[in-house]
Design a protein around this ligand. Structure first.
Ligand code: PFF
Length: 480
């Protein structure tokens, strides 16, 4: 069974793949602006505490369950008990919907990277338009959106088809060090620009008054939601990656290294993005528009010239790497489900074929995300209506139906992921017992679970409470 499913070739390879999954659009896009808008250093403090009390335990739980049962999300929960299988299905469904919109965004990143390459060689990579105009034109152009979306999905299919060691690991081992190197180059370049300082201040100066203005609970839930999305937790991704781990791999250290690396990269991404906006007088409080509109302007108008195009290319290349190493893990969650099913039936799984099938279905489901102009709808010149119009909801439009991306995100990140993390911690803390996790960690010769007592408290109390808070407040927010 082991051979049919595949296995990581080395500890370093696994680490790069797992950190690659964690480091994604969430780090480079979500983290800096959420941090800036929610109290800067005060947000960071809460985020770091959450990584320690929720992130470590959830990471450990997923990796240990995956390795113990040697199957993907569905297989693992089914092995725990037939009545928990739905938790696994929810994980696969989350991966499915996240990948659908994540790949549309990935395709957009690719378009921006291509644009800056063209600009570097003296061509008009963006049709000579300003960042806002270009964004509006591009996102409502069905053909362009679909083409870049398709290319991004094909990239994922190629890598995941290659298997665990020969595809995902091989790619991540090259991509992740490259990402780190590019990030350092950009941070250094940005740091020497006059006026960069205000960006660091926006990010790091603790604004505790935000606890009063934004509400402490709001900040807590934003940080918690960001944290487990960023760590790829709550949907069985780390269960799936854990299922390809050999018993010689040390879970006691990996449960710490992966979250710490992810957090460092998120902070570093902020140190590239925020000061860059500050130095060129761009508004960094812009929220989601940051990645495309604001940063495009920073590179093309702010920095300008060849160096601006070069930095723009490097930046979007970096974001592309981050997006691909994450999206392949989402696809792997879905592919692993199909592979496990074949093996269960005693059939030979054809990874290439199964990957192609599931990715094609996901591609179709993601098409609405690519066609509604990210919320512009037909009224705004896009090819497709937003979900609210589509579904005939006209009064008091809830947030989640104002564009297809938000709708998918709400289903997956808003509901299924926190519910998945909640269920996993309850299962480990109260049904299976934390000893199961400890025993799995200690299967590795010479390894002891160093923080066992602390982990027990996390599984039993802290993770369930925090996840319940996130879940309830997301539901209230989305359906409000
Ligand atoms: N961690 C990724 C990010 O920060 O962008 C997103 C993600 C990947 C979430 C894989 C969940 C997952 F299973």
């Amino acid at each position: 069974m082991e051979n049919k499913r595949g296995q990581w070739g080395s500890s370093f390879g696994f680490l790069m793949a797992a950190v690659g999954s964690a480091v994604g659009l969430g780090n480079i896009w979500g983290f800096p602006y959420k941090m800036g808008a929610n109290g800067g250093g005060a947000f960071l403090l809460i985020y770091l505490i959450l990584v320690v009390v929720v992130g470590f335990a959830t990471m450990l739980g997923e990796l240990a369950l995956g390795r113990k049962y040697g199957r993907g999300a569905v297989g693992t929960y089914a092995a725990i008990g037939k009545k928990w299988t739905w938790v696994g299905y929810m994980g696969v469904a989350s991966g499915f919907f996240i990948l659908a919109f994540y790949s549309v965004l990935g395709g957009m990143v690719l378009r921006y990277m291509v644009g800056f390459i063209a600009e570097m060689f003296g061509m008009t990579g963006f049709g000579g338009l300003g960042s806002g105009e270009f964004f509006g034109g591009f996102t409502t152009n069905a053909g362009s959106m679909l083409i870049y979306y398709a290319i991004f999905m094909v990239l994922n299919i190629i890598i995941v088809s290659g298997g665990i060691e020969g595809g995902i690991e091989k790619f991540s081992k090259i991509a992740m060090p490259a990402l780190a190197a590019i990030l350092v180059v950009i941070i250094v370049y940005v740091a020497v620009q006059p006026g960069a300082g205000a960006g660091y201040a926006f990010m790091f100066v603790p604004k505790f008054e935000a606890f009063a203005t934004n509400g402490f609970f709001n900040i807590l839930r934003t940080a918690a939601g960001q944290m487990f999305f960023s760590l790829s937790l709550g949907m069985g991704c780390m269960i799936t990656y854990g299922s390809y781990l050999g018993k010689e791999q040390n879970l006691d250290t990996n449960m710490v290294i992966i979250p710490v690396a992810d957090t460092c990269i998120a902070i570093m991404a902020g140190m590239a993005v925020m000061p860059a906006c500050a130095a060129f007088g761009m508004d960094y409080g812009r929220g989601p528009g940051l990645l495309f509109v604001t940063l495009h302007e920073v590179f093309s108008t702010g920095m300008g010239g060849f160096i601006g195009s070069l930095m723009g290319f490097l930046f979007y290349f970096l974001v592309l790497i981050a997006a691909v190493t994450s999206s392949i893990s989402l696809l792997e969650v879905c592919t692993a489900y199909l592979i496990d099913k074949k093996i269960e039936k005693g059939e030979e799984p054809d990874r290439k074929k199964l990957t192609l099938i599931i990715a094609s279905i996901i591609f179709v489901v993601g098409i609405p995300v690519a066609l509604d102009g990210l919320g512009a709808g037909r009224a705004g010149g896009a090819a497709l209506d937003i979900p609210a119009t589509f579904l005939g909801i006209t009064e008091n439009i809830p947030m989640a139906v104002d564009c297809w991306l938000d709708l998918y995100d709400c289903l997956a990140e808003g509901i299924m992921m926190p519910l998945g993390a909640l269920m996993m911690s309850i299962l480990i803390g109260w049904v299976l017992g934390t000893k199961v996790i400890k025993d799995e960690v200690e299967e590795t010769a010479g390894v002891k679970l160093t923080m066992y007592k602390f982990m027990e408290i996390c599984f039993k109390f802290i993770v369930p409470v925090i996840m319940a808070i996130v879940l309830i407040s997301q539901i209230m927010d989305f359906f409000g």
